[in-house]
Design a protein around this ligand. Structure first.
Ligand SMILES: Nc1nc2c(c(=O)[nH]1)N[C@H]1C(S)=C(S)[C@@H](COP(=O)(O)OP(=O)(O)OC[C@H]3O[C@@H](n4cnc5c(=O)[nH]c(N)nc54)[C@H](O)[C@@H]3O)O[C@H]1N2
Ligand SMILES: Nc1nc2c(c(=O)[nH]1)N[C@H]1C(S)=C(S)[C@@H](COP(=O)(O)OP(=O)(O)OC[C@H]3O[C@@H](n4cnc5c(=O)[nH]c(N)nc54)[C@H](O)[C@@H]3O)O[C@H]1N2
Ligand code: SF4
Ligand SMILES: [Mo]
Length: 695
């Protein structure tokens, strides 16, 4: 018998919008074909484990529905009728239209709209260079991180924390507001290692019984938006039972005595009513984190996607300061490592040609912007052309009724650069085919860990696909935009960026594959001081001045509580809309990505909403029957599924399906609002009140 021929594996990084940024080994079968994808064992955070959807990436990479050629619309907007054209024809038309719009309405009538379909720094952020060089309208990127990061930075002063691999050294791991089994599987690897090797306890907190909660020793199902109350009661108990580290508090925090007094009324009874937990559950949680100094608080995004999300994130991070967990290996709070990479992005983003007078419009309010809302337009000219790259707003953005109305405008010229015919691409005048990460070069950083790494081109793209970088440079030349970055290859930009950021050369990174950027223990644990002049952790944040990049003051910021608290600004249930709906992510999709792959679709089935059987029977709703969810923003029809693992009055609609998958063609974000939460905007995806009827 012949020995099986082994397929060569090449190293790269997963490009998707996921905190794990896994180091991958991809089987390269030939110059245009990949095989299976594996997690790198050498990169110690990935540690050989990746999610199933990327392990079978060949299915997405070589999908028969990939866009291969430029297309031009031939039918009405959204009709999905297109004809093939050449790249030259497509770019000529785009340039003519952009120039004409600029001449008539000014450069701000053109809005580049982009996000994180690929997280590669060159291909994700290079579009900024074009917008700055051409003075096109700015983009206030708010949809994902604003609530979470500002809440974390409010206390620590910096978005970083203990080495996530230290979880393996912890005696207690708190997985808070993240469904890690689905959204960042490696958190589980390290947490479960701690359990195996040291008997560590795992606590998980969500608003429904997720697969992550199934792994926990203590699984807490709270009411949406009540995490601030939970954190306060836990800290009340820590002070009450002498489990607070008073030396650490005096040395390393701002107003410990005032804070302790503030917490006196935040009793377990008070929090039980707000969170829906029992007093026993709250007491057990406090005891575990109080008695185990090596407690690692792994704070996710999910619980920040509430109108009070920044306050709740800050409140959770405060617990580590009360117990003094920060001082110990395996202890402290971690959300994201954004601050450790010190990138110099002036070349990638063209920061040297940025004109601060140009208006900047909110990503989350795209529906309002495109339908002419004066406030959303910043009082400026209407948007006449939108150039979408790397994102799918017709599916993922809030206030879908407005988003659709905007994209349907006959006077809006829409260009979409995509890998698939997404809901957004269907609305385009011109669709351009994009490469996948295996087909272009880029540079990546971990959010949930501390590696940066190289993702080299491994295979040739199919058809006429072009990378974001190549498209931006070609467009820039034709639009006569000036910047040296438009004359450089992606590899040259990577080399320059690495060198100017203090990470060596591209050649060196090619040999190393990834760089462990973990700062020393003192910095990661803030033992020499938190990220403020006086070095003290802030229990009492100065919210308007929290140093969040690009943060612009939004929402009821001046009404934010002084100290952590239950801040009651959620979209609470009313008689008309008595349910609280969260739109939590699905395991087999990543936002709207992977909704095109057969295996992911088969595993997810169809759009559903989880409902407590008691709520369902009260409204005579049968399991697996169709229901309509509605609020002041619109209606969505999908299948109800009985589920015991949530509080009465709470509904969970997992995943963002394409609009066509819903029974009436309207996606879940029809029900989500785009009002700007405090302190710096964002989108409260899991904070919606809705009504429900069977139909
Ligand atoms: N499989 C998969 N992976 C993903 C994604 C995906 O869609 N699918 N999305 C990617 C992206 S862009 C991001 S930003 C990350 C986000 O990943 P996470 O940090 O995990 O955040 P979310 O996915 O928004 O929500 C996590 C959990 O928070 C819960 N939650 C909602 N409201 C509350 C609350 O008030 N309190 C508490 N305690 N919990 C609450 C939700 O039910 C959900 O289970 O994941 C990335 N990875
Ligand atoms: N209901 C609900 N809505 C949500 C969320 C939620 O939890 N619930 N989460 C929100 C969050 S956290 C986020 S970050 C947003 C994310 O929303 P999006 O940024 O829209 O993320 P994706 O849906 O993954 O879409 C990325 C698109 O980029 C394309 N793409 C990938 N790589 C490339 C490339 O190299 N070039 C080009 N041109 N295109 C590429 C993909 O094909 C895909 O269609 O969604 C938000 N929307
Ligand atoms: S877990 Fe996240 S980073 Fe890792 S392979 Fe899956 S999508 Fe990519
Ligand atoms: Mo996100």
């Amino acid at each position: 018998m012949n020995a099986p021929v082994s397929i060569p594996r090449k190293n790269t990084i997963c490009p998707h919008d996921c905190p794990s940024a896994c180091a991958l080994e991809v089987e390269v079968i030939d110059q245009s074909t990949i095989g299976r994808v594996y997690g790198s064992k050498e990169q110690t955070y990935t540690a050989g484990v990746i999610c199933a959807k990327v392990a079978r990436y060949a299915e997405r990479n070589h999908h028969p529905d990939r866009l291969l050629y430029p297309l031009k619309r031939t039918g009405p907007k959204g009709s999905n009728q297109f004809e093939r054209i050449t790249w030259d024809e497509a770019l000529t038309e785009i340039v003519e239209r952009f120039n004409a719009i600029e001449a008539e309405h000014g450069s701000e009538a053109i809005w580049p709209y982009f996000y994180a379909g690929t997280m590669g720094l060159v291909n994700r952020d290079g579009i900024n260079r074009l917008r700055h060089a051409k003075k096109y309208s700015g983009f206030y990127s708010s949809i994902c991180i604003n609530l979470a990061w500002s809440g974390f930075i409010a206390g620590t002063g910096k978005i970083m924390g203990p080495d996530p691999r230290e979880m393996a050294q912890s005696d207690c791991v708190v997985i808070w507001g993240t469904n890690a089994v689905a959204t960042q599987v490696n958190v589980m690897t390290h947490a479960v290692n701690a359990r195996k090797s040291r008997g560590a306890k795992i606590i998980a907190i969500d608003i429904y019984r997720t697969a992550t909660l199934d792994h926990a020793d203590l699984a807490l199902v709270v009411k949406p938006g009540s995490d601030g109350a939970l954190a306060c009661a836990v800290m009340h108990i820590l002070f009450r039972d002498n489990l607070a580290d008073r030396d650490y508090l005096a040395r390393s925090t701002d107003y410990p005595n005032e804070f302790e007094r503030h917490l006196q009324s935040k009793t377990p009874e008070w929090a039980a009513a707000l969170t829906g937990l029992t007093i026993d559950e709250i007491e057990s949680f406090a005891k575990l984190v109080g008695e185990n100094k090596r407690t690692f608080f792994r704070l996710g995004y999910g619980f920040s996607r509430q109108r009070n999300g920044a306050v709740n994130m800050h409140a959770a991070s405060c617990i580590a300061a009360v117990t003094g967990a920060w001082q110990y290996e395996g202890g402290g709070a971690f959300h994201n490592n954004g601050a450790i990479y010190h990138w110099r992005k002036s070349l990638i983003e063209g920061l040297d040609v940025l004109d601060p007078k140009i208006r900047s419009m909110d990503q989350s309010q795209i529906g309002r912007v495109l339908t002419g809302d004066k406030t959303a337009l910043g009082g400026g000219v209407p948007v006449k052309a939108i150039f979408v790259q790397n994102t799918n707003p017709m599916s993922v953005a809030p206030e879908q009724t407005l988003v659709r109305k905007g994209f349907e405008r006959e006077d809006l010229f829409t260009v979409v650069h995509e890998q698939f015919m997404t809901d957004t691409a269907k609305m385009a005048d011109i669709v351009l085919p994009a490469t996948m990460f295996t087909e272009h070069d880029d540079l990546y950083q971990g959010g949930g860990h501390q590696y940066l790494g190289l993702g080299p081109k491994l295979i040739d793209p199919p058809g006429e696909c072009r990378s974001n970088h190549d498209l931006i440079c070609d467009l820039a030349h034709r639009l006569n935009a000036q910047h040296k970055g438009f004359d450089m290859s992606a590899r040259e930009i990577i080399d320059w960026t690495l060198q100017h950021s203090g990470w060596g050369t591209l050649e060196e990174l090619e040999t190393k594959k990834f760089i462990d950027a973990q700062p020393p223990f003192e910095d990661a644990h803030f033992t020499k001081g938190f990220g403020w002049k006086d070095g003290k952790f802030r229990f009492k944040p100065d919210w308007p001045n929290v140093p969040f990049r690009g943060g612009r003051v939004s929402g009821p910021i001046h009404a934010m509580p002084e100290f952590p608290d239950h801040w009651d600004v959620s979209e609470n249930a009313t008689d008309a809309f008595p349910f609280r709906l969260a739109t939590s992510p699905a395991r087999n999709y990543l936002n709207s990505t992977f909704t095109e792959t057969t295996t992911s679709k088969a595993r997810e089935g169809e759009p559903t909403v989880l409902i407590h059987p008691d709520d369902a029977s009260r409204q005579a709703i049968a399991d697996q029957s169709y229901v309509t969810l509605f609020n002041q923003r619109g209606e969505v029809r999908l299948k109800a599924k009985y589920f015991n693992g949530l509080n009465r009055g709470v509904l969970i609609a997992e995943s963002i399906w394409p609009n066509s998958a819903y029974a009436d063609g309207r996606g879940i974000n029809t029900l989500v609002g785009a009002d700007s939460p405090a302190p710096f905007g964002g989108a409260a995806f899991h904070d919606n009140s809705v009504g429900l009827r069977s139909s």
